[in-house]
Ligand binder design. Structure first.
Ligand SMILES: NC(=O)c1ccc[n+]([C@@H]2O[C@H](COP(=O)([O-])OP(=O)(O)OC[C@H]3O[C@@H](n4cnc5c(N)ncnc54)[C@H](O)[C@@H]3O)[C@@H](O)[C@H]2O)c1
Length: 278
């Protein structure tokens, strides 16, 4: 890893860092000697996470049970990070929740999913990134999106919309940073199927198709080193080529004037399968 923002003594703030992908990324950064701020709503995880990360090599670990959807709480978090470390070199906005609700689900489902998955990212970026830009030193912002925010499969509209919004926000953020010639760059992590608390659904063992959080973290660092904005992760079932075709097909719904989500439409599903194979 030769990214300048990632070096011993620098500081990383990771939301949803108490488990899954966020924790795997935190471990890798600890091994590089970075100080860590782990933000996770699951208070009960934090003491053990702190011990693990100190054992992995982090010189300092701060934990905070902040709810990223609470803007005032994120302001308080920023003040605490500022007073303890005085800097943030890497911000990973990764906290996320799933929803099984449908299009007519209660407002509460919609507001919670959008509030955490999208609002949380807006809160963290709007509060943490301006001082990173002002510092003038190399910095990284990594927001965890989802393929569901790109191909928007049926069944999970609130989640899909939250991740689509996050994608557009992160694209706009990176465009802004580039226009400003900032030393900070933003990146969109798009995991494949990763075996974590979010996806385990009671399963104790990783399904063969899934990646581990550690595989995802290692892939992310490799792609960051290459300078990728879109860090599109495969998994054991889905190759990059398959993802490319799925995304091209999704955009083709508009270009070809097909019904929306035609990939799952009975009149179109066979044509999609032929496109995938062809
Ligand atoms: N696992 C996958 O297959 C997969 C695929 C695509 C995208 N993602 C995204 O990856 C990110 C990480 O998920 P994961 O799979 O590691 O799941 P995970 O459940 O292991 O980790 C998510 C963490 O976010 C924390 N969190 C939830 N709401 C929060 C809030 N309001 N404030 C602060 N922390 C909060 C949780 O407590 C949890 O520790 C999520 O944004 C998720 O949508 C995961």
């Amino acid at each position: 890893m030769s990214l300048t923002a990632i070096q011993a003594g620098n500081v990383a703030v990771i939301t949803g860092g108490g488990a899954g992908i966020g924790l795997a990324v935190a471990r890798r950064l600890a091994e590089r000697g970075m100080a860590l701020v782990i933000v996770d709503i699951q208070d009960a995880l934090l003491a053990e996470v702190e011990t693990t990360l100190l054992q992995s090599g982090a010189p300092q670990v701060m934990t905070s049970a902040t709810d990223v959807s609470d803007r005032a709480a994120v302001q308080d978090l920023k003040a605490s990070v500022q007073s303890r470390f005085g800097r943030c070199d890497l911000l990973m906005c990764n906290a996320g929740i799933q929803s099984d609700g449908d299009i007519f689900d209660t407002n509460q489902t919609w507001s919670r999913v959008l509030g955490v998955n999208f609002g949380g990212v807006v809160n963290m970026c709007q509060i943490f990134v301006p001082p990173m830009i002002a510092a003038g030193t190399p910095g990284l912002v990594i927001n965890t999106g989802s393929k569901q925010g790109i191909t928007t499969p049926p069944g999970n509209p609130a989640y899909n919309i939250s991740k689509a919004a996050l994608r557009v926000f992160t694209e706009a953020l990176q465009h802004h940073l580039r226009e400003q010639n900032s030393a900070v760059s933003a990146h969109l992590l798009i995991p494949g199927f990763v075996f974590t608390g979010l996806t385990s659904r009671g399963r104790a063992e990783k399904p063969a198709g899934a990646w581990t959080p550690e595989q995802t973290a290692d892939f992310m660092f490799d792609r960051l080193e290459q300078g990728d904005f879109y860090i599109l992760c495969p998994d054991n079932d889905v190759t990059r080529e398959m993802d490319e075709k799925r995304m091209i097909w999704a955009m083709g719904d508009i270009v070809e004037n097909r019904p929306p989500l035609s990939r799952w439409h009975p009149d179109w599903a066979n044509r999609f399968d032929a496109f995938l194979e062809g």
